[in-house]
Design a protein around this ligand. Structure first.
Ligand code: ARG
Length: 286
């Protein structure tokens, strides 16, 4: 803003503003790696639940300190992956598309999350026909939804989501098993900006991303390998794994405020910051 002097300040194209969000998280009380449904999971390697709990608490505190509201769902014994709340549903405009998991080990999480939404009084709730792993594969950017497929979410679910939300859904196909969910390969930074790891996508999907987001931040293999793209953004603050040094620098250059967190224990199950976070997007104000 100009203070009225003769020299007005140039408008910084990078001026950014955070908007407070409502988030749902699930404490990793029963966290463990007892099965393997992605290449990160090695049941023979020990898991330190205490350290997972500390990392999760810290993440929650970071969100609270940034002014966000965090709701917590009761963890269910026997569902060690339930900590990854992002997979529990997709919530856009106050409408809830339930999750239907690909693997039997996680099947019971779908109804557990859906019950929470019903209890909270959400009225537009859909139990889906097709497999979809919630915000793991559905990432809203402004009034469009980017949708992953290839490993978990059935492509037929993309059409189901488009009809349910009434928003354009853009299918993107993942090819790298280490980036089995869209939110491990792409992160939404604002209503118009994303960052992603090109090698995680088919050539066709890469070209779609280039067309939609010509100025996107691109992650290198090193940052992708520490799950740097598993990030949550409120438009200004970007919470992401602290090891993603290259992304942190690029985000700073673009006027974002990167906030690094340690999620290395949770990474033993193939998840990080964003996986632990489900955004509860309210009805748009008319
Ligand atoms: N072990 C979980 C799975 O493979 C990790 C889920 C991570 N969540 C995410 N949103 N990417 O399903």
């Amino acid at each position: 803003m100009s203070s009225g002097g003769t020299q007005s300040e140039p408008i910084r194209p990078t001026a950014r503003r955070a908007t407070p969000r409502r988030l749902l998280m699930c404490r990793p009380q029963h966290f463990d790696v007892t099965y393997s449904i992605n290449p990160w999971m090695h049941p023979e390697k020990p898991v330190d639940r205490e350290s997972a709990l500390l990392q999760w608490e810290r993440l929650r505190e970071v969100y609270l300190s940034l002014g966000h509201t965090v709701e917590v769902i009761e963890p269910v014994p026997g569902l060690p992956d339930m900590v990854f709340a992002a997979n529990g549903a997709t919530v856009v405009d106050g409408k809830v598309l339930g999750a239907r998991f690909r693997h039997v080990e996680r099947t019971a999480e779908g109804p557990a999350y859906l019950a929470w939404f019903v209890q909270q009084g959400y009225r537009e709730v859909l139990w889906p026909e097709f497999v979809n792993e919630g915000e793991g594969d559905y990432l809203p950017v402004g009034r469009r939804i980017l949708a992953g497929t290839g490993f978990r979410t059935d492509q037929r679910s993309h059409y189901e989501a488009q009809e349910f939300f009434g928003l354009p859904v853009t299918s993107l196909t993942l090819v790298n098993p280490e980036h089995y969910h869209l939110d491990t390969a792409l992160s939404v930074l604002s209503d118009t900006e994303v960052m992603y790891f090109p090698a995680a996508f088919t050539p066709g999907s890469r070209s779609v991303l280039e067309t939609l987001f010509p100025d996107a931040i691109l992650a290198d293999a090193q940052d992708a390998a520490v799950f740097g793209l598993n990030a949550f953004s409120d438009g200004l603050n970007v919470v992401l794994p602290q090891a993603a040094a290259g992304l942190i620098e690029q985000l700073r250059e673009r006027g974002f405020n990167p906030v690094g967190v340690d999620t290395t224990e949770l990474l033993k199950a193939g998840g990080a910051a964003k996986c632990c976070t489900l955004e509860l997007r309210p009805e748009p104000r008319g």
